[in-house]
Ligand binder design. Structure first.
Ligand SMILES: Nc1ncnc2c1ncn2[C@@H]1O[C@H](COP(=O)(O)OP(=O)(O)O)[C@@H](O)[C@H]1O
Ligand SMILES: [Mg+2]
Length: 261
């Protein structure tokens, strides 16, 4: 568990807390979309008290939940001044889903983390948050730096969204190399095909090459998340996209259970 996370309070399943990072070295691959929708599945499907932690200065996760950072509460202070994250956490419109929003201050986080020199600062924070949240989901920026190294140390599982392309395997190799290079025992990595369009030959070929990777379809219901500021489960609960996210969530919980087993 992240930083030796204790058992989460209020979690109906009684299992201990886990940190799930949605990470890639690339932007625009679906990280924020996955993170926001996985948080909804965690709370809604599994009934977990869930924290969605936006670590990207672009602030996409908050946007998808219709939330803006409140006032002048620099997100970066949580790291550099050891300020408690609790005062930054916002309630979303949905039960059991809270948000720790990003803001512009996060842009300097990497330099601060390097200067502080505490390699497990993020892992300690997620470990402490696991007392209140059964699942902490990290929406990560597309970087290879001290922050990504800390993310790898904090995570119990890393989800890597990969748009179907002959470059998918190479992109995954790059991520795996980065993750493996940062720690002796890195967390399991779950590659997921993102924006899959089975009308396209290339996408069908990539899917056939990786039959065991979970996949999320290219879907207008998913595009609508950013328009309506709601997760897919709220917009189109019976859609193939909602089912795909529910299946992905089941795969995540299975991986976490295997890790414990
Ligand atoms: N499965 C999908 N179907 C349709 N649009 C998608 C899908 N996944 C992501 N998008 C869109 O692609 C863009 C990039 O997604 P985003 O989650 O912000 O990527 P990242 O966080 O990796 O930069 C967004 O406009 C998002 O709405
Ligand atoms: Mg993003």
């Amino acid at each position: 568990m992240s930083g030796g996370s204790p058992v989460a309070t209020g979690d109906p399943s009684g299992v201990s807390g886990a940190t799930i990072a949605v990470y890639s070295v690339k932007g625009g691959v679906g990280k924020t979309t996955f993170a926001a929708n996985m948080a909804w599945c965690s709370a809604h499907v599994s009934g977990h008290p869930t924290l969605l932690w936006d670590l990207d200065a672009a602030g996409g996760s908050g946007f998808l939940y219709g939330l803006e950072p409140r006032g002048s509460r620099p997100a970066e202070d949580v790291f550099s001044r050891e300020r408690s994250p609790e005062r930054l956490i916002q309630k979303t419109a949905y039960p059991r889903i809270d948000l720790l929003p990003a803001d512009e201050s996060i842009r300097s986080l990497d330099a601060h983390l390097t200067a502080i020199g505490k390699k497990r600062r993020l892992a300690k924070l997620t470990g402490a948050l696991a007392q209140d949240y059964a699942r902490v989901i990290l929406d990560c920026p597309p970087v290879i730096n001290e922050l990504s190294a800390q993310i790898v140390r904090a995570a119990d599982l890393i989800i890597v969204p990969l748009p179907p392309s002959p470059l998918s395997s190479r992109a995954l190799d790059l991520v795996v190399r980065e993750i493996a290079g940062n720690t002796r025992r890195h967390p399991p990595i779950l590659p997921v095909l993102s924006m899959l369009d089975m009308r396209r030959t290339l996408h069908r070929e990539v899917k056939a090459q990786h039959p065991n990777w979970p996949c999320v379809p290219y879907a207008s219901a998913i595009e609508q998340c950013a328009v309506q500021h709601k997760p897919v489960g709220e917009i189109a609960s019976q859609s193939p996209a909602a089912r795909a996210f529910a299946n992905l969530w089941a795969a995540i919980e299975k991986k976490l259970a295997e890790r414990r087993g």
